[in-house]
Design a protein around this ligand. Structure first.
Ligand code: ADP
Length: 496
């Protein structure tokens, strides 16, 4: 268990960073680097080597070599599992330092980063357990043949991840990929390059063979695009924006790469009048403001039954006004900065748009201070389904309240966006809960809870929220190729 007390953490010291390829640190071929920023201050933390197509090629060739020769393809599946278990232990051992570095670079509170580290360890351990349980089947084929299936690694996997959960997304991608015997080239988001490099170093110390894990940083349009286009990459696993996924899917078509996508959401969070209101207020608050709204599952469309609408909104506003924003490394901070100036400006742009389109701004909507990228918890009331703030993923601490009258009506309205990642309902009526769970178009449905995500449970989206599933047994399918082997049993008697 991650067991450090969550107090204040001193800001970790960071040095300039290189690429991690084939178990070694290296500068980029061009010698270029880019600054990474502390979002709480706007100051540069360090320079990070920037990979271009030449470096991507080197990383992919290294990953291919490790896939096809050397210790990795020879290793017993159980031993691959042991490496993942060892890495999980190392993440727990270093949780305090990793959490502080995560908070420094992406702005999430130290408590939230600790939560992530436990999630990282859980995920690596869960998939460590799977490594020697990925099985084929024997099939009762017609004729005098023996047919069976093998599940084999897809190959070299390019993994492109976002900035909101840098290490957790790494674990969701590395866990199943490595358990199934693939090799990986990971590209973290350009905003948050630091922690993945540190965990790559830990993986090296744990004994993962050189070249199995490679981490290269850089910008999406350059480094990410080169990884997607590279003919030596067999699969791209991507988490990020839906518009980026469309670009990747088109680019991946040239080499017919396998792709899996975990994308955005505009998740409906429905509160019925019969709900436990204390729990629902706390749950709705957590649903939208966890990590400053920078979650793909954020409960950003809050449907409230008209009978409790006024009281519920008043309680939510009172809580929002009390929220403590500040340095994510300080004890007691409840909300850190948004990840970047770009994100902050985008959020403030939506606040303007919401007001122009006629929604009622009840609280928040402004930048806090003039240093770092802090935005007040924001509540819009009486939002209409077709307003931009009810349709677009804002990825910030902005909730749209939409009153409703009946369950049938709210299910239909809940389904009226392009997204389908998550949904929740708060009610004591079991019939309503099951009806909603069955009819809402979302990959995850929560009843009387929110943001409960676990390594063991499949996660992904309906509609434009994604393709494929991560976590649970479901992820293994996306990291293996299924091979059918059929053996002629010759003249042997079929039932003999
Ligand atoms: P966000 O808008 O939240 O930053 P993005 O989808 O732009 O989401 O970024 C998620 C990840 O996708 C990042 O690692 C980013 O560098 C990468 N990325 C962005 N554009 C491309 C692209 N054209 N090809 C490949 N990867 C990309």
């Amino acid at each position: 268990m991650v067991s450090a007390t969550i107090g204040k953490a001193p800001a970790p010291k960071v040095r300039d960073q290189q690429l991690f390829i084939g178990g070694k640190w290296a500068d980029s071929a061009s010698g270029k680097s880019f600054p990474t920023i502390n979002p709480a201050t706007g100051d540069t933390l360090c320079q990070v080597a920037e990979a271009d197509a030449t470096d991507v090629d080197r990383a992919v060739q290294t990953a291919r070599k490790a896939l096809e020769s050397g210790p990795w393809p020879q290793m017993d599946a159980a031993d691959r599992g042991r490496l993942l278990l060892r890495l999980a232990d190392q993440v727990e051992k270093h949780a305090r330092d990793l959490a502080a570095l995560e908070s420094l670079n992406c702005g999430k509170t130290l408590a939230d980063s600790f939560g992530d580290m436990q999630g990282v360890a859980n995920t690596l351990r869960y998939y460590g357990g799977w490594a020697d349980k990925v099985e084929g089947r024997t099939i009762p084929v017609r004729g005098n043949f023996l047919s069976y299936t093998l599940r084999q690694p897809v190959g070299v996997v390019g993994q492109i991840i976002p900035w909101n959960f840098p290490l957790l997304m790494l674990a969701w991608k590395w866990g199943p990929a490595l358990a199934c015997g693939n090799t990986v080239v990971l590209k973290p988001a350009e905003q948050t390059p630091l922690t993945a490099l540190r965990v790559a170093e830990l993986a090296h110390e744990c004994g993962f063979p050189d070249g199995v894990i490679n981490v290269i940083n850089g910008f999406g349009e350059i480094t990410g695009a080169a990884l997607v286009a590279h003919p030596g990459v067999d699969k791209i696993a991507f988490t990020g924006h839906v518009e980026t996924a469309k670009i990747i899917q088109k680019a991946a078509a040239d080499t017919l790469k396998r792709t899996t996508f975990e994308l955005g959401g505009k998740s409906p969070n429905v509160v019925c009048a019969d709900a436990d209101l204390d729990a629902a207020v706390a749950g709705a608050f957590h649903a939208i403001y966890f990590h400053g709204g920078q979650c793909c599952t954020a409960g950003s469309r809050l449907f409230i039954e008209h009978k409790i609408h006024r009281e519920f909104v008043e309680r939510l506003v009172a809580k929002a006004k009390k929220r403590k924003l500040g340095d994510p490394l300080e004890a007691g901070t409840e909300q850190g900065p948004q990840v970047s100036k770009e994100q902050m400006d985008k959020i403030l742009g939506y606040v303007d748009l919401g007001q122009k389109q006629g929604a009622d701004l009840l609280t928040g909507g402004r930048r806090v201070g003039d240093r770092g990228f802090f935005v007040e918890p924001t509540i819009f009331d009486n939002v209409k389904d077709d307003m931009a703030i009810a349709q677009d993923e804002i990825f910030g601490p902005v909730v749209s309240v939409l009153p409703f009258q009946e369950v049938d009506e709210v299910i239909q309205r809940a389904n009226s966006t392009d997204y389908g990642l998550a949904a929740a309902i708060w009610t004591k009526d079991i019939n309503k809960a099951h009806l909603f769970a069955k009819r809402v178009k979302a990959g995850t449905v929560w009843v009387n809870c929110y943001h409960v995500v676990d390594a063991t449970t499949p996660f992904g989206g309906f509609k434009m929220s994604g393709q494929g599933r991560e976590n649970g047994e479901a992820a293994l399918e996306h990291y293996t190729e299924l091979k059918t082997v059929t053996i002629n049993l010759g003249s042997a008697k079929k039932n003999g």
